[in-house]
Each structure stands twice: as C-alpha cells, then as structure tokens.
Design a protein around this ligand. Sequence first.
Ligand SMILES: NC(=O)C1=CN([C@@H]2O[C@H](COP(=O)(O)OP(=O)(O)OC[C@H]3O[C@@H](n4cnc5c(N)ncnc54)[C@H](O)[C@@H]3O)[C@@H](O)[C@H]2O)C=CC1
Ligand SMILES: O=C(O)C(=O)COP(=O)(O)O
Length: 630
Amino acid sequence: MVEVGRKYVFDFDSTLTRVEALDVLAEITLKDKANKNEIISEIQKITNLGIDGDISFTESLERRIKLLNAHRDNLELLVSELRQKISKSIESNKDFFHNYSEDIYVISCGFKEFIDPIVKEYDIPSSRVYANTFKFDAEGFIIGFDEANVLASHNGKIECLRSLKLEGEVQVIGDGYSDYVMREAGIADKFFAYTENISREKATRKADHVTPNLDEFLFVNDLPRKISYPKNRIKILLLENVHEAAFVNLSNEGFTVELVKSSLSEEDLIEKIKGVHVLGIRSKTQVTKKVLDAADKLMVVGAFCIGTTQIDLDNCRRKGVVVFNAPYSNTRSVVELAIGQIIMLMRSVFPRSMEIHSGQWNKTAANSREVRGKNLGIVGYGNIGKQLSVLAEAIGMRVYYYDVADQLALGNAVKCNTLEDLLNVSDVVTLHIDDNKANNNFIGEREINQMKDGAMLINLARGFVVDIPAMVNGLKSGKLGGAAVDVYPEEPGSNGNFITELQGIPNVILTPHVGGSTEEAQRDIANFVPNKIMDYINSGNTVDAVNFPNIRLPKQINAHRFLHIHKNVPGVMAKINEVLARYEMNITGQYLSTDNEVGYVISDLDKEYNKEVIKALKRIENTIKFRVLY
Ligand SMILES: NC(=O)C1=CN([C@@H]2O[C@H](COP(=O)(O)OP(=O)(O)OC[C@H]3O[C@@H](n4cnc5c(N)ncnc54)[C@H](O)[C@@H]3O)[C@@H](O)[C@H]2O)C=CC1
Ligand SMILES: O=C(O)C(=O)COP(=O)(O)O
C-alpha cells in the first residue's frame, strides 16, 4: 500500500450508491399500494430528517421500518436494484477499492443485509462493514432492528468508529451530517463531503473538502485513479446567454460550468478568464491577445455561433488554445429570416404595419410587389447563401450570386463574375459574406449606386460590411427602396438601449442580430459545440477545430495518451521520440498533424512508465502545452 496507515471510512447510502436503500425498498414493497407515493415521500422526509440530525436516528429508523412493511424476500430484489445504482465514479474507480481493500471500511446506519453483498464486489469484506441488522418475525417480515447496535442510536457512528481504534490518518467520506460528526468528535482526521448524488448544506459547510466524486477524492489524496484529472476541476465559462442545454450537457459530464448572460468587456474578461479552462462565447465577446495573455489555464474557446473573427485565432493557436465553432447549426434560421425579409420589404409590409399601429388605414398597392419572377442577388454563396438560393428559387425568384471563391451554382442560379454584374441586375441584394475583416465597408456609396433604382438591400452578415452613412443616404434619396439590417458596426454587449442612424427611416426592418437566434438553432449549437469541446478534453480530438491541426483520434483503449503541442520548428518530433525511447516507453500508437506554426503529436503508451518522462517531455524546447489523458 502506498499510504501507510491511512484509513478510508465510507458511508453507504447516497455515497457508494446513488440512492438511499430504504427508499428503494419502499418502492419495492409499496409497488401495488394505492397510497404508495404518499408513503414514499413520507419515508424520504424522515430519512432526510435523520441524516441532517433533526430527529434522532433511532426514531427515524423506527418510523421508516414501520411504513415499509417489508419482507425478507424483498431484499434480494433490493440488492439487485442497488447493484445498478452504484455511484458513477465509485464504479469507474473499482481498482481503488481493490488495491486499498485492507484500509477501507464502511460505517453506515443502513443494514448489513443489503450492504454486505454490494460492497463485497468492491473487495470490502463483511468484517469491515459496520451497519445495522434487521429483525424479522416468524413469517419473515421485517419488524425492527437490533437495538443494541450502536449504529441504531443517535450519532452512533461516533461510538462505532471509536471502538474500531483505527490507527493512522482516518478519512471519512460521506454525504451526511451524521458522517461529519465523527470528525467533529475528533475520531476522524478529515471529513470529505461527498456530493456526487446529493449535496447537503449541513455536511458541505463543515467539510474539510467537498468532493463531487471519487475522482476528486483520489486526486486530492494523490491516489491512483481512473481519470488523470477530475472533470469538476475543469472550469467552463459560458458567456452571452448560450442556450441552457450547453450548461446541462457540460455539467452532466462533470465539468464546473458558470453561465453569464451578457458578453464581457476586455477588462472584465481579463479578470474573469483566470483559472478558466474552456471559454464559450457568441459573436460579441472579443477574445483579444490581452485576454489570452491573462488566461493561465485556457485550453479551448467554443464559439457558439458561426463567426470566429471576434477571436484572435492566431494567438490562440500560438498558445495551444483550440477553437471550435458551429458552422451549420444556425444557417437555416438565417435563411428563413432572409426569405421573410425579402417578402416583407417587397410588399412594404412594415410601413403598412406602422401606419395601422398608429391608427391609420392605408390600403394601397403602391410599392407592393410579389417576389415571383424578381431577381435576388446573393453575395457570398457559402453555407447560408446556397441554402437561401434553393429556398428563393422555390418561391419563384431568379437567383444570381457572386462569391470570391469558385462556387458551384445550385438549381438554376446564375453565377456573376463581378459584384457589379450582380448589383446591376438584382431587385433585392442580400449579403452573406463571411466575417473576415477585409470585408469592411464592402458595400459603400459606389456599390449602392451600381444597384437598380429602388432595389432592396439586406445585411445579415456583419455590421462592418456595409457603410451605414452610405446606406442611409441611399434610403433617404430613394435609390434604395428599403433595407433589412440585422447586424451593426457597433453592437451592445447586453440588451438595453441602442441607437443607429437607420432608425426612423421608412421600409427599413431593423432587428437586433437575431438571424441565428431561434430555439432550434441555439439548442443545436448547445449540443454541437459542447460535443466538440468534450471530445477534445476527453480524448484530444481536434476534428473541425478552426485554428488548429485537425486530428481524428482512435479510441484510447487501455493506454495512457500524451498530448504534446509545440511550435512547428525542425527537430521537436525527434526530441519527443528520443525522450520516449530513453524512458523505454512502449508506443502503441502515434499521430501527428501540423500547420505552418504548430505541431500536435499524440502518443498512446502502455500504462506502466516512469513518471519522470512527463517532466522530460514538458522540458523539450518549443513545447507549448502538454497533458496526459487516461
Ligand atoms: N445575423 C446572424 O445572426 C448571423 C450571421 N451570420 C453571418 O453570416 C456569414 C456567412 O455565413 P456562412 O454562409 O455560414 O459562411 P460561409 O463561410 O459558408 O460563406 C461565406 C461565403 O462568402 C464568401 N465571401 C467572403 N468574402 C467575400 C467577398 N468579399 N465577396 C464575395 N464573396 C465573399 C466566401 O467565399 C464564402 O463562400 C457568417 O460569417 C456570419 O458573419 C451567420 C449566422 C448568423
Ligand atoms: O453565427 C454567427 O456568426 C452569428 O452572427 C450569430 O451570432 P450570435 O450567436 O447571435 O451572437
């Protein structure tokens, strides 16, 4: 044993298992009873009162057993149910119980009849299980418990542990106040409040350490464990009101997640980014070099949107920070809004609506046209532009498109060789170019003058793409028949006041950057991006990363995985392998991907090795980041 003399005293219910066993027994015995739910909630209430020390434990036990009306025959089913309900991290760290078997005890106010068979599978013999025992009547019904057992009395765990006279440091791991009392009484040296299944304030408040799972407990004690780094230690900061499903997905995985509704200024983010491993943002938050310099733990930035130019991608890469986005999740939402805007603008629906809102009936066909047979000019024929092309044709529009890249026409769309050609011919021009800063003022006075008289202009791309004063002039002069604008050169970080020169101009539809803001899109993003993040953190995969060499890694089976990110200069790979050879590591798989600046090499290795190798790998010149996964 590594830790000579240390003893580990585990609680059973809600610690080793996810449930309170007597609650499960109640489910079994009351299955066919009409008032089952009432009785179960009564039992749970009594259980909690007992755990929190609000009623005496003896009283809690007596009252519950009476309500249970259980039989010996029910216990078999109970045990098989409990077997399915072992706490997740207890189950995954079964080796710990095996390797430290001699030092592990269970002290529980539950019953040996169901605890013994469960913990036996974890190498804890009945002789080290201290718990109550049932009393049965002649027909096998449970009618009570052995009252002479100290564990049947209030704070009986204190007496029980005292009588064991354990030597060495005694650590108690449990979810309840009744576990803490052993520490309070000075018999245990440390109390770990175990919150994997339930977090009880009375226990966590007093704990030496709150441990959300066994991984954390083993990590804190520097004991061998199933995973290299407890997930609860990975801090994720999600800004800009990303969909709550992202919070749920990432929390369920065990990460510590904080949600912030707004974006943060550079100054605030510099403050907040310290200690953060994963940052989630949308289009607003600027992840600048200064922010990255302040980020001491950052591994991943997740853009919960399409655009990524708000992130300093190059500096991220240089610092070994991988960036993911959601390139497809909100495209349909943008396209649907564009279709709506095209129709609303062509029909002058918004001026009619404004009039009637202010009490004016103005039935007229002036400036109201069908979209059928009209020319739609799509600028930027990417994921959004192409989808829009298909839908617009379906409602009878003739589609023209212009793109700097060589894009294949869908349906009957006509490719324009120059922007001017497109502007000359279109009744509605809609912008779907990317958020590249080179597209600044892409549409200005000259381009507006190249448009047909009275044509409409839609911007769902980025605010800086259109020269706003030029657009205002075009609208006021009548050169433009209308406009729909969703994005602005300056957008506020959170909801509130907003001013733009475009306000108050007729036939101008203004929306607050909501092109991608639909329930469907946000939910999809909240699944897509967290999956990418988890895949990278858990296994090193960088597939679909926007700034990093992409590697799709095979599943890591029975191996330790070394992930080494380094500057792409000659000789690093050779040095890595030299170190691995020096330490006689058996490489079971090795994967490398590079770009101009960065190299990413993953080595899968046999489990047994000298831990000094890790230090040696970190010391290799030009190493940016290094981590081990197992
Ligand atoms: N309003 C909103 O809420 C949303 C806005 N967007 C914006 O829409 C943009 C487009 O999205 P996707 O279609 O997914 O991007 P994408 O990258 O698939 O397509 C962009 C296309 O624009 C082309 N392009 C870039 N610069 C150009 C230029 N100067 N002239 C002609 N073509 C040019 C590219 O070659 C590419 O084919 C995003 O970058 C983002 O800025 C995206 C989602 C939601
Ligand atoms: O996906 C994009 O690039 C968008 O513009 C949508 O951004 P948002 O998530 O609404 O901040």
